[in-house]
Design a protein around this ligand. Structure first.
Ligand SMILES: NC(=O)c1ccc[n+]([C@@H]2O[C@H](COP(=O)([O-])OP(=O)(O)OC[C@H]3O[C@@H](n4cnc5c(N)ncnc54)[C@H](O)[C@@H]3O)[C@@H](O)[C@H]2O)c1
Length: 413
């Protein structure tokens, strides 16, 4: 076990005060969580429950963790990505009695050990982003767990596969599948923060650039729309004919990646798949091409392939920007091919994470209350939770909407 894990599993406890300020900044933009927590606080419905969280350790995550703590939960947390930890937020959580195993720049081994440390606390409910915690738990460490939740598309896909193979050992709520999660977080949140990550690291002008977005799912749609809004000429690559047609009718060019590879200025992968941009594409790219990934895992840009075609060792030219020389042309990899919005920027805006984490908090409460009656399967977020989150979000924006009249209800029935 790494020395850091044995001693103090965060970067620097002195950063706690800065972390507290970030928590308060985010909490002010995530009032929906406080609203739901306040409704339940006197009953302390999470008292006696241990929560194991594997989430990007950001200021927004601290708002979720503090809300769950205020409802009585005992909490342990690790990061869902070794490069996405905000050290000040980790220090703040640790100062609040939340067992925190997270620092920016964990090695792969340390990352796994942090997950294992969370499981050592014997959580009752586990909340994951990407499926690494669920996967580790399923290696014979599920005994204490009565249920779990999953935040993202890639994690839901891994859980669906476990379910298909009859391996799911506890019920899981697929928070990603809530309308008030993927329609907003994946599209508007990740759309904006991915552009932010590219902007902060590479600092290039988008107007007039040729941007290639691989995958026209929720994340791809968000990235493409925002890049277009900033004046980029966007081409979509897809494997799903329906999504490709949708992209075309949304006004984007649609091409094969191998065809567009020589022309793109900025490539962004948003597929949740592996090896999207690989050797055959790197060797065709023009001088100055920039590569970024918004998908959950660092497998969408094949980095091994990139090394294999590079003429020399890559050079770090700016923070989160590595320059590879490929057949005499310079190609820039952002954030080591990891989620660019969390590594090179600070993740999705608080207002968006308020929706995602309201779904998380209510799903955790649902499991605490109903786990005895839940089957070993993947559940969608109950519709009443999804609708309640949308209603509260509208209310927080001061927006009122119509309700169906009795006549309209009858007409429909
Ligand atoms: N960075 C973030 O903050 C963030 C937030 C939400 C989701 N995600 C992650 O982003 C990824 C995409 O999520 P999503 O919700 O958009 O998923 P999605 O399933 O809605 O979309 C993925 C799209 O990629 C397409 N695709 C698959 N293989 C392809 C290939 N070889 N070439 C081109 N396109 C291909 C699919 O057809 C699909 O349309 C996932 O890994 C998810 O976990 C990241």
């Amino acid at each position: 076990m790494s020395r850091r894990l044995q001693t103090n599993p965060i970067s620097d406890p002195k950063l706690a005060e800065q972390g507290r300020r970030l928590y308060e900044w985010a909490a002010n933009r995530m009032t929906i969580l406080e609203k739901f927590a306040a409704k339940n606080r006197t009953k302390k419905p999470l008292a006696g429950f241990k929560l194991g969280l594997c989430l990007h350790v950001t200021k927004e995550t601290s708002v979720l963790a503090m809300a769950a703590k205020s409802l009585g939960a005992e909490i342990a947390i690790c990061s869902a990505n070794p490069l996405s930890v905000q050290n000040d937020v980790a220090a703040f959580l640790s100062s609040q009695g939340i067992r925190t195993f997270a620092w920016r720049g964990e090695t792969k081994e340390e990352y796994d050990q942090c997950i294992s440390s969370v499981l050592d606390t014997k959580p009752d409910i586990v909340t994951d982003d990407g499926g690494d915690l669920h996967t580790a738990a399923h290696k014979s460490r599920t005994k204490s767990i009565v249920g779990g939740t999953e935040e993202t598309t890639s994690g839901v896909k891994r859980l669906q596969s476990m379910q298909r193979h009859g391996k799911l050992a506890y019920p899981v709520i697929a928070v990603n599948n809530a309308h008030t999660k993927h329609l907003f977080d994946n599209r508007y949140g990740t759309g904006q923060s991915t552009i932010d990550g590219i902007q902060r690291s590479a600092g290039v002008l988008f107007a007039g650039k040729h941007m290639v977005v691989s995958g026209y799912g929720w994340v791809g749609k968000g990235v493409a729309a925002r890049a277009k809004g900033m004046g980029a000429n966007v081409t979509i690559t897809e494997v799903d004919p329906v999504k490709a047609l949708e992209a075309r009718m949304d006004g984007f060019d649609v091409m094969k990646l191998s065809e567009v590879a020589p022309y793109g200025d900025i490539f962004v992968t948003c597929t949740g798949q592996t090896s999207i941009i690989r050797k055959e594409h790197f060797v065709k790219m023009k001088n100055g091409a920039i590569l970024a990934n918004a998908g959950h895992f660092d497998v969408e840009i094949n980095i091994q392939d990139l090394h294999s075609v590079a003429d020399a060792q890559p050079q770090t030219v700016r923070q989160d920007v590595e320059e590879f020389l490929v057949r005499g042309r310079k190609i820039y990899l952002l954030a080591k091919g990891r989620v660019v919005n969390l590594v090179a920027a600070s993740g999705n805006p608080s207002e968006i994470m308020a929706l995602s984490f309201a779904n998380q908090l209510l799903s955790i409460l649902h499991i605490a209350e109903n786990h005895d009656m839940m089957e070993l399967k993947l559940y969608d977020v109950p519709e009443e939770i999804d609708v309640a989150v949308a209603r509260y979000a509208l209310e927080a924006m001061g927006i009122k909407i119509d309700r169906q009249t009795e006549k309209q209800k009858k007409y429909q029935s």
